[in-house]
Design a protein around this ligand. Structure first.
Ligand SMILES: [Zn+2]
Length: 339
């Protein structure tokens, strides 16, 4: 069996050898990519899709993203592909970079010598395990200027919770809704020096996180200890998810209704101890903390505080108390009725 890397390479060779009609033009003209970039990032071609290998921080290919050129679906992943940072080499080595929405937006920036990253899961997808790598980074966000893009930026900035040095927003005036970096360079023929102006004018993104934000030194300590922190391991177990979703059996995986989309048939699998994954909407995470962040729209810090309270059983006690009270009231009512 081929490894992912070999698979990606075979698609790449297919593209380079055959330069399929329309596809080569699509990449080099419509998408503004040079041959060097196509080679450097091992873009490929398979079944009428452009293939983009996604690497983890150890530079293994963990996913191949398919950009379909025909049909209804625009993007699909390799089977089992999870959201991943696309641009680990930037995150690990660069102090500043542009954070865009989508692989092709990253590629056109890289093509023009501008360091950029994205996340392979779509706007706003973010895994809290990545947070420490963003410490003290200077980030310019450049997502699509539509609703999804705006919400996505806010969500990511919220999760990052003051860890980067700053988060600023690039929004070139020439771009209309849904237009992106590719349009900026290809359609509007802007240059890197134009982009430098946009970067200069970029405004800080202010996200109202919450009133009881803890001190930055606390966050630093917390992140440092994160991996060995026993408390986090407990907080990050699965019983909150189980209780919230009303799952009461111990099968592994448990299939349940997904709370992140309008789910009719159970399409979310909870793998005990490792994660949850929705096969319909792609919602994905590794435990309680991540789940609470998504479910309640909290930052990492807020989710941890929330779960601390939960496990200190204030939350549980309250629920039990209120249901006891209801029962007492019911019993009283019954007694009155029968009297
Ligand atoms: Zn779902």
């Amino acid at each position: 069996m081929m490894t992912n890397k070999e698979l990606a390479l075979s698609y790449h060779n297919n593209l380079m050898k055959n330069k399929p009609f329309g596809v080569w033009e699509h990449l080099t003209v419509d998408r503004g990519l040079s041959i060097n970039t196509i080679i450097k990032f091992r873009l490929g071609y398979k079944d009428n899709s452009i293939t983009i290998p996604i690497y983890n921080k150890e530079f293994d290919v963990v996913d191949i993203k398919f950009r379909h050129l025909t049909g209804k679906l625009r993007y699909t992943h390799m089977k089992g592909g999870k959201p991943e940072i696309y641009g680990w080499e930037r995150l690990l080595k660069n102090d500043k970079f542009i954070y865009v929405e989508g692989e092709l937006n990253r590629l056109i920036l890289e093509d023009r010598g501008v360091p950029a990253i994205t996340v392979s899961g779509g706007a706003g997808e973010f895994n809290k395990d990545w947070i420490p790598y963003f410490k003290d980074k200077k980030i310019w966000f450049w997502f699509d200027s539509d609703d999804t893009g705006k919400k996505g930026v806010k969500r990511v900035v919220r999760i990052l919770d003051n860890i980067p040095k700053f988060c600023r927003n690039i929004s070139p005036e020439c771009l209309k809704e849904k237009e992106d970096a590719v349009d900026y360079f290809v359609k509007y023929k802007r240059s890197v020096s134009d982009l430098k102006e946009e970067i200069k004018n970029a405004k800080e993104i202010i996200v109202d996180n919450n009133n009881n934000r803890c001190k930055k030194s606390d966050i630093d300590r917390f992140i440092k200890e994160k991996d060995t922190n026993k408390e986090i391991k407990i907080l990050n177990s699965f019983d909150f998810i189980h209780k919230t979703l009303g799952v009461d059996n111990t099968a592994n995986p448990v299939l349940t209704i997904c709370p992140f989309h309008k789910d009719k048939n159970p399409s979310m699998a909870i793998y005990d101890g490792t994660g949850y994954h929705c096969f319909s909407c792609g919602a994905h995470g590794d435990g309680n903390i991540d789940f609470v962040m998504k479910f309640l729209g909290f930052s990492y810090r807020e989710a941890v505080d929330y779960l601390r309270n939960y496990y200190n059983s204030c939350y549980l006690n309250n629920i039990m108390k209120s249901s006891e009270e209801k029962n007492v009231k019911k019993t009283r009512k019954r007694n009155t009725n029968s009297a």
